[in-house]
Design a binder for this molecule. Structure first.
Ligand code: ADP
Length: 569
């Protein structure tokens, strides 16, 4: 603003000075010329009188320093000239002033030089003898005056420009200082510029309005942010070019973003599936797909956003479906495995039954064939039982409510039921420990301990041992099932808890294993928030410990009078 005021003032001053000079010249020049003309006329009148009185010779005695005197005869011949030899001059009868004087008695004219710099003014007077006396004065023309004065004019103009620049700057600074001092946040009515009062009042009003709107906007934004930040789903708003306008915390986590994503172009994101979904949405296609994202599986919903029929951006929602995806994969694998596991005994039963039906079996072999059918049926019953247990644990649909259970007593009951199996295998099974009471679901705990003890017997050697112990510890109840059997190779430690995983498939099948025992143990432990620890060395034995949380521990008195009976199905 200071610069504009300064420029305007300087411009106005310079134009005013230039106009002044122009008008002064325009007014003064004619005035100057008319004065010269009047002086010439006076001098001519005087000389004419002198020639009339004393004759033409009197001109020779006269000293002409400035003006030129010429005497022209009526035929135009020049008989006297104060500056040039008259003999060299041509006929002057055609000169305007001479023609006028010859015709009217007086004549006047002016002629400019070739350069237009000089101008000669002539006055002529007819004498009584008919000749014409002419006086001429050469002076600067208007243009000549300007040329003559150009130096001082330029000097004056430069001086005026400098002075007006200084004054203009000073005035501009003084004018703008109070304006610059106005606080636009809280404008006060200025005493110096009362004219600004309505503007400042309006500014004040607008400031209040803007503040109120900003407050409302930020409250809305906060509400929106707190909603989206508490969303488990990633939420991204992109502009029409795919750049991030807004996003929530879950997005940063899902995209493993370590920096602010605002402005990031998502069409160039390193994960090509995500970049492609964004590009598709920006082309106007709704997109719903599952993409891999940094080791997780994410369901992506991309919706183009339109405003007045033109695409203004995209809203992306990212949903972590890793668990669901894994469950579905597991379920698929499980179904395939179950079909396979069920098919084997059924094929066997069907085959034996077919042979018996065709009458090819001797009567003394019928019992052995029927025994095989019975064994396979038992395998099927076990398998179906395990599958039911697992799916109940999977669905979290255990049809029992937790109640106080003494784990030591439960282990002793299970040991009793496995006594015959242990004897058959020539394995010694012992249970020891104080009463350890927890809040749990008896059938689930029973199934879990039974599987652990049965495995410890099954995968043992003749003459081997199984030790079951239960104890209370400051961190919670601990159950340990330890054997000195065949052990599990280290590389199988993680996998033995998978469904249908067996270290030695044929051995496991031969001894009636379903491959679901440890998987049931894992789910049952998880159901009771217990942690499993497996230590095993091939040839030395296996030790599996269950660490129950301290919160599940109950005093013995919690058992009350309830019957603590084995309820194996
Ligand atoms: P299975 O019905 O075949 O016994 P599990 O799920 O109970 O299935 O066990 C999985 C595999 O883990 C078994 O096939 C076996 O190879 C191994 N295993 C489980 N418990 C023991 C153990 N105490 N000693 C050695 N190997 C074991």
């Amino acid at each position: 603003m200071t610069r504009r005021i300064f420029n305007a003032m300087l411009g106005v001053t310079l134009v005013a000075v230039a106009l002044c000079m122009f008008f002064l010249t325009a007014i003064l020049l004619p005035h100057y010329e008319s004065r010269i003309s009047a002086e010439l006329q006076v001098e001519l009148d005087y000389l004419a009188q002198m020639v009339e009185d004393f004759g033409i010779e009197s001109l020779n005695d006269f000293h002409f320093d400035k003006n030129r005197i010429t005497l022209i005869q009526p035929d135009g011949t020049v008989t006297f000239d104060s500056s040039v030899d008259p003999a060299t001059l041509d006929n002057h009868g055609n000169r305007d002033e001479v023609k006028q004087a010859l015709a009217t008695g007086k004549g006047k004219s002016s002629r400019s030089s070739d350069t237009l710099r000089d101008k000669t003014l002539y006055h002529a007077l007819r004498l009584s003898d008919g000749s014409v006396l002419r006086i001429g004065s050469t002076q600067y023309s208007g243009m000549g005056m300007v040329f003559l004065l150009i130096q001082p004019i330029v000097l004056i103009l430069a001086l005026v420009a400098l002075l007006s620049a200084i004054i203009s700057y000073w005035v501009a600074v003084r004018l703008t200082k109070p304006l610059n001092a106005i606080n636009l946040e809280h404008p006060q009515i200025s005493k110096e510029y009362e004219e600004l009062a309505p503007l400042l009042r309006r500014l004040n009003h607008q400031n209040r309005q803007i503040k109120a709107q900003m407050l409302e906007l930020s409250q809305q934004q906060q509400r929106f942010a707190s909603i989206t930040d508490h969303m488990k789903e990633g939420f991204l708003v992109l502009d029409a070019k795919g750049r991030v306008l807004s996003y929530n915390t879950s997005t940063s986590q899902l995209l493993h973003a370590t920096h602010d994503l605002t402005g990031q172009n998502m069409t160039k994101w390193p994960i090509k599936e995500l970049a492609k979904a964004v590009r598709d949405a920006l082309e106007g296609h709704h997109n719903e797909t599952v993409i891999p994202l940094y080791g997780r599986m994410c369901q992506l919903f991309a919706n183009p956003v339109y405003h007045q029929e033109s695409l203004t951006g995209t809203v992306i929602v990212l949903l972590d479906v890793t668990e669901k995806h894994e469950r579905e994969t597991l379920r698929r694998e499980f179904s395939a495995n179950v079909s396979h596991e069920l098919k084997t005994p059924l094929t066997s039963i069907s085959g034996i039954a077919e042979i018996m039906k065709s009458g090819l079996v001797d009567s003394q072999d019928v019992a052995s064939f029927a025994g095989k059918i019975y064994d396979e049926s038992q395998r099927l019953i076990h398998l179906v039982g395990d599958i039911i247990n697992l799916s109940q644990l999977d669905e979290n649909s255990i049809p029992y409510t937790p109640a106080p259970v003494d784990l030591t007593m439960l282990a002793k009951t299970i040991a009793l039921s496995l006594d015959t199996t242990a004897q058959k295998q020539n394995v010694q099974l012992s249970v020891e420990g104080e009463p350890v009471v927890i809040s749990g679901v008896r059938p689930v705990l029973e199934e879990m301990l039974f599987n652990l003890c049965e495995n410890a017997i099954k995968y043992n050697k003749p003459g081997g041992h199984v030790w079951v112990s239960c104890k209370n510890s400051p961190t919670g109840p601990i159950v340990e099932v330890k054997d000195d059997g065949i052990g599990i190779p280290a590389e199988d430690h993680d996998r033995v808890f998978e469904r249908f995983y067996r270290v030695d498939k044929s051995h496991s099948k031969a001894i009636g294993g379903t491959g679901l025992g440890l998987s049931i143990v894992k789910h049952s432990a998880a159901y009771h928030h217990a942690r499993i620890e497996l230590n095993s060395t091939p040839g030395e034995g296996t030790c599996i410990r269950l660490y129950f949380p301290a919160s599940s521990h109950l005093p013995v008195s919690a058992l009350g009078t309830q019957a603590n009976q084995l309820t194996l199905g």
